[in-house]
Write a protein that binds this ligand. Structure first.
Ligand SMILES: Cc1cc2nc3c(=O)[nH]c(=O)nc-3n(C[C@H](O)[C@H](O)[C@H](O)COP(=O)(O)O)c2cc1C
Length: 356
């Protein structure tokens, strides 16, 4: 068990074995292990790291620490209780779509192992909204931290249906308008269409709303360049104007790779960290204090999290580092972050960006 819980042992011993398998097979094994809910609940003792300085608040949701699990790890809400036992401040399930979708053909996930990065072109495989709601209902009594549901769809009606379906069971809903693997989502990068979507959601919503943005364009990854920096900043300002509570910055970086069945996907992990940090900084300057920001992209350590929070984020999220370093990564980030706060004489994560 120590091999799984200690990030260095995981990296040196467990990961080489797991990475002999194709990425989706390895992920299937991880999910099978996470289905052993009581075991992970018992391990939460070891995995959790509590410190008063880590407690914070995101859009009125009290968090024991600012480290969230990013959308895409548990697409169908099937292992939420175990994921909330890993010590996260919050966990995002999904992205779920209203209808059942197969996603793109395989291969659709690649490892860039020496860079501790991934490329995925899942294209929203989803067991659909009804399945998600059943899973959420069953998970509710066993959740150890707040859960957010990520939803998406190809038109306004589909996204609104998903939002209404999951909202009663979660602390907040995140709308994903930014997967680079689903061309139909670009329609929401038009200010008028996003306005209509947010108006339709606002009509009936009762809980905080997050919007997950695409990253700023990068020439380094040969991305599709469909979004300009100005368009994304415009979308962010619109979100702030329409009362969105939180921006998640950002989704994966578009990249071409001919080994994927569809020829292109989204880059995540260490290779996107610097760009994420720049985007968070610029986004905070653009939106001021009118909206909260979650930073996501290549965060592997407490130092990475501290830099992202200093750049203007309220919380951070991880996904690729969980795959490369195993479940002990959450504790290790939280522990290092609280030490950095102590060394800098900062009393709380919410004070970081005003203190640095
Ligand atoms: C395998 C994989 C699947 C993902 N699926 C989703 C998804 O369904 N919805 C979403 O909003 N983001 C998805 N993402 C993007 C992540 O939530 C996150 O924005 C991105 O990976 C950058 O963070 P990281 O470097 O910590 O992984 C996925 C990422 C990966 C690696």
């Amino acid at each position: 068990m120590a091999l799984i819980l200690n990030p260095s042992a995981y990296r040196n011993i467990v990961r080489p074995l797991l990475f002999r398998l194709p990425p989706e097979t390895a992920q299937g094994l991880a999910e099978r292990s996470l289905k052993m809910g009581p075991m992970w609940e018992a391990l939460s003792f070891v995995l959790d790291y509590h410190h008063p300085s880590l407690r914070t608040d995101l859009a009125g949701i009290a968090l024991r620490n600012p480290i969230g699990l990013a959308a895409g790890y548990d697409k169908n809400f099937e292992v939420l209780p175990s994921l909330t036992s890993l010590g996260f401040g919050y966990v995002i399930g999904g992205t779920v779509t209203r209808d059942v979708r197969p996603g793109n053909p395989q291969p659709r996930v690649l490892r860039y192992e020496s860079d501790e990065s991934l490329v995925n072109a899942y294209g929203f495989p989803s067991k659909g909204l009804d399945h998600a709601v059943t899973q959420l209902e069953a998970a509710l009594p066993n959740l150890m931290s707040p859960v957010v549901a990520s939803v998406s769809g190809l038109d306004i009606d589909e996204i609104v249906a998903c939002h209404r379906g999951v909202e009663p069971y979660v602390s907040a809903v995140e709308i994903n308008i930014s997967s680079p693997n689903t061309a139909g989502l670009r329609v929401f990068h038009d200010v008028n269409v996003l306005t209509d979507l947010l108006n339709a959601i606002n009509d009936a919503r009762r809980k905080p709303l997050f919007v997950k943005l695409p990253p700023f364009p990068s020439t380094a990854t040969g991305g599709d360049g469909a979004n300009t920096r100005a368009t994304i900043l415009q979308l962010a300002s619109l979100c702030a104007e329409r009362g969105v509570d939180v921006l998640t910055v950002a989704n994966t970086q578009p990249i071409q790779d001919s080994r994927l069945a569809v020829g292109s996907g989204g880059l995540s992990g260490k290779l996107v960290y610097d760009a994420m940090l720049r985007m968070v900084r610029e986004m905070r300057e653009a939106v001021g204090e009118s909206i909260s920001i979650n930073a996501v992209g290549g965060i592997f350590s407490g130092r990475d999290a501290f830099e992202a929070l200093s750049a203007g984020a309220d919380t951070v999220q991880i996904l690729t580092s969980l795959i490369y370093r195993g479940p002990g990564i959450v504790r290790s980030i939280n522990k290092e972050l609280s030490h950095i706060l102590e060394l800098n004489g900062i009393k709380s994560v919410s004070e970081i960006r005003h203190a640095t």
